[in-house]
Write a protein that binds this ligand. Structure first.
Ligand SMILES: [Zn+2]
Ligand SMILES: [Zn+2]
Ligand SMILES: [Zn+2]
Length: 368
């Protein structure tokens, strides 16, 4: 199953203290402000996410920012599990086309506006960042698109401060250039340097991974079983909020959702994430405009959800789509009133399904 994660990464340049937008998941990059080589990989692998398991975080559906300020390795990360999009017109890139895009080896061309984004297949550096990565869309580290657009007809020259000779500049020019005529060194002024290396906006990087159902479940389990991770509940909440603002469906998301709504708190561990609270937040969002949500979303929640509020259960039990009611009738964590309602269902398959499991104390004790 394909999952995409969207990253916007800036690292603080130790040379000039400015935020530098990285051009990709790479070993090194060059600061556009001062020309210093930056150890990007060091920050991505060692600093970013701190003590947290990077892979487990990226495998889940979360959205949020992490910022580490001051000192070496300072960075700013914006992360979301929402689908990938064109950076120019924000048109969503269908997840089922991504594999073909990566295999083609050609830049991704937006169907809506024609904007092109470079594509990079997984290599060593990428596999080190995430072992299940299959590629990145919009990683401009190996292409020219990240470099300054220079007018090919006009010549950019700088007059040597010592002898006055005209020195030709291009975007490969180093901050300090040696005069070809008098050998003296010239330090390029800021204005000229910025013209050669304009600071571009922080570009989104779309990391594409091939994940299994197990990876998705393990990601949730991780947050439930590691003590200091309660602070990340906000990232789950952020995701749920943005999901209901711009809903999308993919087999990978539905698989994750199944584990999410069916997860149980680890009562032995204090200060871990409270999944019951997050599930409630999901259910309350689902209930708003319930009829407009896709059948697959409602069915997945109806069949696997634990602790679905009684009023939402009754709404699902009254859904116009039989598939939703059939899914609900397979759920063993239902209120008495819901079961009663399903027993009266017009559909024979729903009535047959709900008759299979006994609810209440004995039902849970002996299973279905
Ligand atoms: Zn710098
Ligand atoms: Zn576009
Ligand atoms: Zn000179």
């Amino acid at each position: 199953m394909i999952k995409t994660s969207v990253f916007k990464i800036q690292i603080v340049c130790p040379g000039c203290n400015n935020y530098h937008a990285v051009s990709g998941i790479v070993d090194t990059d060059i600061c556009r402000n001062c020309g210093k080589h930056l150890n990007v990989n060091g920050v991505l692998i060692d600093n970013m996410f701190g003590f947290m398991d990077r892979e487990k975080y990226v495998n889940g559906y979360l959205s949020g920012g992490i910022e580490q300020m001051g000192g070496a390795g300072a960075y700013k990360l914006e992360y979301t599990s929402m689908p990938p999009y064109c950076e120019e017109c924000f048109a969503v890139i269908p997840e089922d086309t991504i594999t073909a895009v990566l295999d083609s080896g050609k830049p991704y061309s937006c169907a809506a506006c024609g904007h092109k984004m470079p594509v990079r297949k997984a290599d060593g550096a990428l596999k080190e960042f995430h072992p299940k990565a299959v590629g990145v869309i919009n990683d401009s580290s190996s292409s020219d698109s990240g470099k300054a657009e220079q007018d090919k007809d006009s010549l950019l020259v700088y007059k040597c401060m010592t002898c006055g000779a005209a020195l030709e500049l291009n975007d490969d020019t180093k901050r300090t250039i040696q005069c070809k005529y008098c050998d003296n060194e010239n330090y390029l002024p800021d204005a000229l340097w910025v013209k050669l290396h304009p600071n571009r906006e922080v570009q989104p990087l779309f990391l594409v991974m091939e994940l299994s159902e197990h990876d998705l479940k393990a990601s949730i389990d991780y947050f439930l079983n590691v003590t200091p991770l309660s602070i990340y509940s906000r990232h789950f909440e952020n995701f749920i909020r943005s999901y209901f603002e711009r809903p999308f469906l993919s087999p990978t998301f539905l698989s994750w959702l199944k584990s999410f709504v069916g997860a149980v708190n680890n009562e032995q561990i204090n200060f871990n994430m409270d999944i019951t609270k997050l599930q409630k937040f999901f259910y309350s969002n689902l209930k708003l405009g319930l009829s407009s949500h896709p059948v697959e979303l409602k069915s997945t929640a109806a069949e696997n959800g634990l602790g679905i509020p009684a009023d939402l259960q009754l709404l699902l039990a009254a859904d116009t789509n039989e598939a939703v009611r059939l899914a609900l009738s397979k759920n063993t964590d239902l209120a008495k009133a819901t079961v009663q309602k399903l027993k009266q269902d017009p559909s024979e398959s729903v009535r047959a399904e709900v008759a299979k499991h006994k609810t209440g104390f004995f039902g849970r004790l002996f299973g279905s």
